[in-house]
Design a protein around this ligand. Structure first.
Ligand code: G6P
Length: 367
């Protein structure tokens, strides 16, 4: 089907703006209206006897896996191993009994991810995939392929596929929690209700686009940018750095905030922007003390947080981006939007080719 930019300057902008709609669609498909439980009707999947989940992917899909590790472990008590496909396949890892493997891929054709899937075939109790292209090789070769319903994604830097992957992975983790009895019905219902409210929170986040554009104008002057987060926001810090380097060509690194002292703090000076992904979650105070460490060295802090977080951030912030308050498990999905918009507006300010960044391909089907 022919896909146009729908009035946007770039496919990436269109795809960022589509997220409330496509995520609502993914939620509707997996959690039919009226139901408070996560049964995944018609999907023959049971996590009761699974003792380990191995997740493998490349690029942005890999960061979706790293995020999902927190959900599967914290909500479902299921140990998870995550690896990038090009390492996993050549490492020849032993696959213990009672393990399942899960492959995440937008295209469903990434050569390394497909090879990793083939490596697991016959060695595990089930091969799952979370894909955008439902007719792809990875989908075909899985026991169960779960579509993310993101629609065609054209921008090389993945945006809506990432948040749809996260949405489906969270629903899968809730299914695991329900199978394994680690959450009761009321707790599951609480998460389901929060998920149903997600599209409207995403719309609120998109309203920050102009404020993010102004922050991006300043960010576009930087040579290097550090992204920090803790807990479930750590993988998103890496995804934010990946988005920025992919399309603006500014060197960026994502780091767990608690590791600041073990290296990156050496880079902090008055020229170094540091983006903090900091909802007011259980680790907020710890992240705040890392922020103080950056400010004490004159680093330029760009804080992304909710109203309570930003007020705790004080008046010395270089820049801030306000997010609505949201259920703790949904923060990586919501905060993906300012991360994407920051990269997008920075690239536009620099005049790079946003949809077709140099040297990158949408789908890497050769090694
Ligand atoms: C390429 C794309 C990325 C994508 C990665 C994995 O590097 O540029 O946006 O995340 O491949 O692709 P997949 O189709 O397997 O998700």
């Amino acid at each position: 089907a022919h896909v146009d930019k729908g009035g946007h300057k770039h496919f990436m902008a269109k795809e960022i703006n589509e997220q409330p709609t496509v995520i609502a669609e993914a939620i509707r498909c997996y959690l039919p209206t009226g139901s408070n439980s996560v049964t995944l009707e018609g999907v023959d999947l049971d996590f009761r006897n699974v003792e380990r989940l191995t997740m493998v992917a490349c690029g942005t899909a890999y960061y979706a896996c790293l995020t999902a590790k927190y959900w599967f472990e914290q909500l479902a008590g299921l140990p998870v191993e995550v690896d990038v496909a090009s390492e996993f396949r050549y490492r020849e890892p032993p696959m213990p009994a009672k393990s399942m493997a899960l492959f995440v891929s937008q295209s469903g054709e990434t050569a390394d991810t497909l090879a990793a899937l083939r490596y697991c075939t016959g060695k595990v109790d089930g091969i799952l995939s979370v894909v955008n292209a439902a007719e792809s090789s990875i989908a075909r070769e899985s026991d169960i392929a779960l579509p993310i319903h993101a629609g065609v994604e054209i921008g090389v830097a993945s945006t809506k596929a990432f948040t749809c992957q996260l949405t489906v992975l969270l629903i899968l983790a809730l299914k695991a929690a329900s199978d394994r009895g680690t959450m009761d019905e009321a707790q599951i219902a609480d998460h389901v209700a929060a998920l149903r409210g997600l599209p409207s929170a995403l719309n609120t986040a998109l309203e920050q686009s102009e404020a993010i554009r102004r922050a991006a104008l300043r960010l576009s002057e930087a040579r290097d940018v550090l992204f920090l987060g803790r807990g479930i926001m750590y993988p998103l810090a890496m995804e934010g750095a990946l988005k920025l380097k992919e399309i603006s060509y500014i060197h960026a690194e994502g780091y767990p905030a608690g590791e600041l002292k073990h290296g990156p703090i050496a880079l902090i000076d008055k020229n170094m922007p540091v983006v903090f992904m900091t909802p007011t979650d259980a680790l907020f105070d710890k992240t705040m003390s890392n922020m103080q460490e950056v400010m004490a060295r004159k680093g330029k802090v760009l804080m992304i947080s909710d109203a309570a977080g930003l007020s705790a951030g004080g008046n010395d912030l270089w820049n801030s981006i306000a997010m609505p308050e949201i259920h703790a498990s949904l923060t990586p999905i919501l905060y993906a939007l300012p991360a994407q918009l920051l990269a997008y507006h920075t690239a536009v300010a620099k005049g790079t080719d946003v949809d077709q960044p140099r040297n990158l391909a949408k789908s890497v089907t050769v090694e």
